[in-house]
Design a protein around this ligand. Structure first.
Ligand code: GLN
Length: 233
């Protein structure tokens, strides 16, 4: 079986090369002999409900408002999430997956209701390197990335944080990201998966049910160490 990765609206939501998250998932599967393919879904196209993993990136307020409208008109990803597909949402992704988000212009929009959260505009933009420790032993090592967002996110009782913030802001200065079932969200660009391959492997494990053999990739480890140093850890 080929694992299909939907790269959702990269033409609207793709700040800081977030499409790289789909590439990392595909590569880390094919390197292990698991057949995988990327299905790109652009603005104006319908969203398939048959994919195994969905990857949504970040974008500015106007782009994310267009994206949420499109995804409501073409609810393939939400249908897939209901049957347990794996979904990754980055930055604008975490905001549109929630119940609602209030933009910097104070206009509130309904979200996709995939996770129990609401987002609102903070008093300042959160910009810079982030370091966070995974919550509930979800994966090993530190989570690192780059954030650039005005929005702040408050989780409801059904959503758990992805990590606890050591450096940077994340959702609110305290916790970072969200996990609800197999939906995983983060504020971290970078893109997040090349910088945090252990997170990529968690998503692959959820999608395939396979215990994954480790990959020996010194360049990936060097990138992680270098970015952690840049973030001051
Ligand atoms: N528009 C959102 C905000 O500024 C998300 C930004 C992003 O995805 N980088 O909060």
């Amino acid at each position: 079986m080929t694992v299909s990765i939907a790269l959702v609206l990269p033409d609207l939501l793709g700040t800081y090369g977030d499409f790289g998250n789909a590439v990392v998932l595909e590569k880390r599967m094919t390197w292990r002999g698991i057949p995988a393919e990327i299905v790109t879904v652009k603005f104006g196209e319908s969203v398939p409900s048959s994919c195994d993993i969905y990857v949504v990136g970040g974008g500015e307020d106007t782009a994310q408002t267009l994206a949420v409208r499109h995804l409501r008109e073409h609810p393939g990803m939400q249908r897939a999430a209901q049957r347990g597909a794996v979904v990754l949402g980055v930055c604008a992704g975490i905001q549109i997956f929630g119940e609602s988000f209030t933009r910097a212009d104070q206009v509130t929009h309904g979200g996709l209701g995939l996770i129990d959260s609401t987002s609102h505009a903070g008093g300042s933009r959160a910009i810079g390197e982030v370091v966070a420790t995974p919550a509930n032993g979800l994966f090993e090592g530190m989570l690192t990335g780059f954030e650039n967002h005005q929005g702040r996110t408050v989780l409801g009782p059904s959503a758990r944080p992805l990590a606890h913030v050591k450096v940077g802001t994340g959702n609110d200065g305290s916790v970072e990201g969200a996990v609800q079932g197999r939906i995983l969200c983060t504020y971290l660009h970078g893109p997040v998966l090349p910088r945090n391959p252990q997170l990529a492997d968690l998503l692959i494990k959820w999608a395939t049910g396979d215990e994954l053999a480790p990959l020996d990739l010194p360049a990936v480890d060097r990138l992680r160490v270098e970015r952690a140093k840049a973030a001051g850890v």
